[in-house]
Ligand binder design. Structure first.
Ligand SMILES: Nc1ncnc2c1ncn2[C@@H]1O[C@H](COP(=O)(O)OP(=O)(O)OP(=O)(O)O)[C@@H](O)[C@H]1O
Length: 472
């Protein structure tokens, strides 16, 4: 791999389980790297010790691996630019803090939270955009010495040059311009000595050789600050692309803080990784090919020019669609394993394979298989709404004749239906619907010809007898 190879990254904060917005960011970066035969890097942004936890680091790596979004540099894989956890990079940041301060490009700030909040409120009340008023930028070296000697704690603020314009070409949103006059001096090291997001995020991208950053649009206004920082440090600036956010039903962006549905929850509900990848790849990115694609093809057809700018709404129906597509491609072994945790205990072992093949077209999630297992193998049958009137309308005579037909045909549904048609004169819907209702308590479902042998003749009889009893 040559040194100028494209390198993308995913840099989550381990402060919660990944949601679909986070993982789509990872997916797009992984697809871009794969398409360009570049590298995909994972970095853990755990500088906020209060919100970060090891549990979430493990969980996010598990999510990425489950989706086959393997990283070529990062935790557990390592690489030349490590360590890849920001909590282990404090000494790396130290040198640049000192350099910026020595060159007067950054200065210590002693303002308290309360003071800053007071200024903010005043500015908002005056109709101004809140920004740091530069109080500590004007302190003389003696004043700084004095405050430090008196034990005041300081943060480090980056001095934003005035009257310049920062321009960059966003990979998704085109040309961007920001006047530095609108950007207040910002904190790069907090009072507790930890690096602020702007700083560690930008510095690490540069030091780790990241060439392309695809990230959520929530970061767009951070970019001019990060460009200023990298310029001040004489470091390479990656290309940035800000992708439209994924919003929930309420129109608000999915977020860890707001407890959006996590990738783990979806995995535990039984969604397949291929379904999630096909769904997410199309959320904010247009593919010509509307069919199911494997990860290599999703990558081969990934194109920055096809990234949309409008927010994308999470649509469970679409996810269902891709789940069906993914299931249709599963081999029987995979399907058996996938359903085993919920269905295996409900289905007799000698019928398990036949059961899976029978219910397969009616299963989107394992819970659907569990439902059919209960329909077929439990004593009790729960009737869906609207089923009882169908049974009443068919009448006791119909089901008595059906029982008589079972005497001759057992669980051979075709023979049973043929005989019943002859003895009752019922045909079409009025023949099949009451039978389906009686056997399954549903209006639709897997083929009755396959369901009856699985149920066995005793249960078939019992279900018909129940209908005879209910119809009087
Ligand atoms: N709703 C969303 N849609 C698309 N991308 C998102 C969304 N939320 C976060 N991202 C992106 O996911 C990546 C990781 O972000 P981060 O770890 O800060 O998650 P977060 O959900 O924003 O967390 P928090 O709720 O703590 O702010 C970033 O590139 C961010 O822009």
């Amino acid at each position: 791999m040559n040194k100028t190879a494209l390198k993308t990254r995913f840099a989550p904060s381990p402060s919660g389980l990944l949601h679909l917005g986070n993982i789509r960011t990872a997916l797009f970066n992984a697809l871009l790297a794969r398409r360009s035969r570049g590298l995909f890097l994972l970095r853990i942004e755990d500088t906020d010790q209060e919100r970060s936890s090891e549990e979430y680091v493990t969980a996010l790596m598990e999510d990425l691996r489950w989706l086959a979004l393997e990283w070529q540099e990062g935790p557990e894989v390592e690489g030349e630019a490590g360590p890849y956890r920001q909590s282990q990079r404090r000494s790396v940041y130290q040198a640049d803090f000192q350099r910026l301060e020595a060159e007067k490009l950054a200065y210590p700030c002693f303002c308290s939270q309360e003071e800053l909040e007071r200024v903010r409120k005043r500015q908002l009340a005056a109709g101004q955009a809140p920004r740091y008023p530069g109080t500590c930028a004007r302190l003389s070296p003696e004043e700084v010495e004095g405050k430090l000697a008196a034990g005041f704690k300081s943060a480090l603020r980056f001095r934003v040059p005035s009257l310049t314009t920062i321009e960059f070409e966003d990979l998704v949103r085109g040309p961007q311009r920001f006047a530095t006059g609108d950007i207040g001096d910002f904190i790069i090291r907090r009072t507790d000595g930890s690096p602020a997001f702007f700083f560690s995020n930008a510095l690490d991208d540069a030091l780790m050789g990241v060439t392309h950053v695809l990230r959520g649009e929530d970061h767009l206004t951070n970019t001019p600050r990060q460009i200023l920082l990298l310029r001040a440090l004489g470091l390479p600036i990656p290309r940035y692309g800000h992708i439209a956010m994924i919003v929930g039903r309420d129109g608000a962006p999915l977020s860890k803080r707001h407890g959006s549905r996590s990738v783990r929850e979806l995995r535990e509900a039984g969604y397949l990784p291929e379904a999630l990848c096909n769904y997410l790849a199309r959320l904010g990115h247009h593919y010509e090919d509307s069919g199911f694609l494997d990860l290599d093809t999703l990558a081969a057809q990934f194109d920055l020019a096809r990234l949309g700018r409008a927010p994308a709404r999470f649509d469970p129906q679409q996810l269902h669609h891709w789940q069906r597509e993914a299931l249709a491609r599963c081999d029987l072994d995979t399907l058996e394993r996938w359903l085993a945790p919920v269905a295996a205990s409900q289905v007799p072992a000698d019928k398990y394979q036949d059961f899976i093949e029978t219910v397969r077209p009616n299963v989107v999630l394992p819970e659907d298989a569990l439902h059919w297992a209960k329909v077929l193998f439990s004593e009790e049958l729960v009737l869906k709404d609207g089923i009882l009137p169908i049974i009443h309308e068919a009448g006791a005579q119909f089901f008595t004749q059906a029982l008589a037909a079972v005497d001759g045909s057992g669980t051979d549904f075709k023979a049973l239906a043929a005989q019943l048609k002859q003895t009752t004169g019922a045909k079409g819907r009025s023949l099949f619907l009451p039978l389906r209702a009686a056997f399954t308590g549903e209006l639709d479902g897997p083929e009755l010809a396959r369901l009856l042998p699985l149920m066995g003749v005793a249960r078939v009889r019992q279900r018909l007898q129940n209908c005879v009893d209910q119809s009087y």
